[in-house]
Design a protein around this ligand. Structure first.
Ligand SMILES: [Zn+2]
Length: 466
């Protein structure tokens, strides 16, 4: 009787685990990392994610879409949507010729033979793009030389989009994750501009090239920063799991995409190997291979402690949470009146003393609970509880946990880096995986720029501008 019931219940639970957004009415966000792999074979549906062993092995979801042999992008015979010049531009700028390029005779009194016109389109009021016509004089000198006045830098084609339009397209696509097609639609609907999805892709590629030196500026700034935060998160590239590393301070943010999660990717960033400042992180082991001054994120500690409180109603964990929060407010209070350290080491000692005592009790209590469990089960040893591991870690890494008290320039948590990582996650949710490593590199470089530019108004050139 009981066996039959348990079997039925087991089948029901197995059924729940096997459900995903593509075979039930479950929401896509509940799929997590379980997206189809490149190999996509039923035997090979092990994830290479960080939780591969702990995650449930649900069947690999399959897309209902049939793939064609066509290449991605425009197909043969596709009618282009090219920009056409207008008869009545909003602004006309004349570029005059003062002297002959060859013999330097003054051409002021010479009538232009003709003008060569190039038009630049910019978004303006909704529905009406602003067109600036640049007209360059062509004059023939008495020496016979044909002269043409120069166009402004960047004005290179008979018709083209201006820097603000290009920057806006790149910003919407790369920072706000609006796909090429929909950026194109936005310009068409709101600004009456027939900007194609292909043009947006071209602007993004050009911006990537233009930002090469800016990326170096960000790297150089972070190399010398006194306090940096670091985080990492999984990103899908062409069906495989890659890792996005984030390094930031309060002015600069650098994203880096690496095939492997670990030191290799962070070494490739080229900063941490020689970094000697304070590095705030979430206790991921590879960070400790670097010679930085380590600081552990207390937002993580608070979350883990909350987990212990929720699971076991552990009062000592609750006390520890209160202590951490109070100490942080205490430090912030001194900091607001311009202090960078506590007025006396005595206050620090008192907090440390409470920290030590609460953790000692908490660890001893967990150890006793584990021992009782071991005896009840009659085993040689039992698995250490999550709470035990957490308390042990907080004791072993006390200095790294409480460093915010000794120097108020050190943050309490790593929320800045985590916020940056979360935004990258959002990109993945909206656009799925990067089709290639190149797509990932575009994203990381442009995003590094926009994130840094937000904190550095005026210190960085305009996006997309030359
Ligand atoms: Zn001449």
């Amino acid at each position: 009787m009981k066996v039959a019931y348990l079997e039925a219940r087991c089948r029901e639970l197995e059924g729940m685990v096997g459900k995903n957004s593509q075979n039930s009415s479950k929401h896509p966000s509940s799929d997590g990392y379980q997206k189809p792999n490149k190999s996509d074979s039923p035997q090979d549906d092990s994830t290479n994610g960080k939780n591969s062993d702990s995650q449930q092995q649900s069947p690999t979801p399959k897309s209902l879409r049939q793939s064609s042999d066509n290449k991605a992008g425009c197909q043969k015979g596709h009618k282009g949507n090219c920009l056409k010049s207008v008869d009545n531009p909003d602004y006309v700028v004349y570029h005059t010729l003062l002297e002959c390029h060859d013999c330097h005779t003054s051409l002021l009194d010479v009538e232009p033979l003709k003008h060569i016109e190039r038009q630049v389109f910019e978004w303006g009021k909704p529905g009406c793009p602003e067109v600036t016509a640049h007209r360059a004089e062509v004059k023939v000198c008495s020496c016979g030389h044909h002269n043409q006045a120069a166009f402004p830098e960047g004005v290179t084609a008979a018709v083209q989009y201006g820097p603000s339009t290009r920057a806006m397209a790149v910003y919407l696509n790369q920072y706000h994750f609006i796909p090429y097609k929909r950026v194109s639609e936005y310009f068409h609907t709101v600004h009456n501009m027939s900007l194609s999805a292909g043009s947006v892709a071209n602007f993004v590629a050009a911006t990537y090239e233009n930002l090469a030196s800016t990326e170096q500026v960000i790297k150089d700034a972070l190399k010398g920063t006194p306090v940096a935060g670091s985080d990492e998160t999984g990103m899908r590239v062409d069906g495989d799991l890659w890792w996005l590393h984030i390094l930031r301070d309060d002015q600069w943010t650098l994203y880096h995409l690496a095939e492997k999660r670990g030191c290799e990717g962070m070494d490739a960033m080229g900063i941490l190997l020689t970094f000697t400042g304070v590095l705030v992180h979430d206790h991921w082991k590879p960070y400790f291979t670097y010679a930085a001054v380590h600081v552990l994120c207390n937002a993580h500690h608070l979350r883990e402690l909350q987990g212990v409180v929720d699971r076991d109603a552990n009062q000592l964990a609750l006390r520890l949470m209160k202590l951490l929060r109070l100490s942080w407010h205490y430090c912030k209070g001194f900091n607001t009146i311009g202090m960078l350290q506590m007025p006396s080491v005595l206050q620090e000692r008192i907090i440390e003393d409470i920290y030590d005592r609460v953790l000692k009790h908490a660890l001893a209590k967990e150890a006793a609970d584990m021992e009782r469990q071991r005896q009840e089960l009659g085993r040689k040893k039992v698995k250490r509880t999550k709470a035990y591991n957490l308390f042990k870690r907080l004791i072993d890494f006390k200095e790294e946990t409480l460093r915010f008290m000794t120097d108020f320039t050190i943050p309490f948590d790593n929320n800045g880096s985590e916020r940056d990582a979360r935004m990258a996650k959002l990109k993945q949710k909206i656009s799925g995986c990067f089709r290639s490593e190149d797509g990932g590199s575009l994203f990381t470089r442009i995003r590094s720029y926009v994130s840094s530019a937000k904190e550095n108004y005026g210190n960085l050139p305009l996006l997309g501008a030359e």
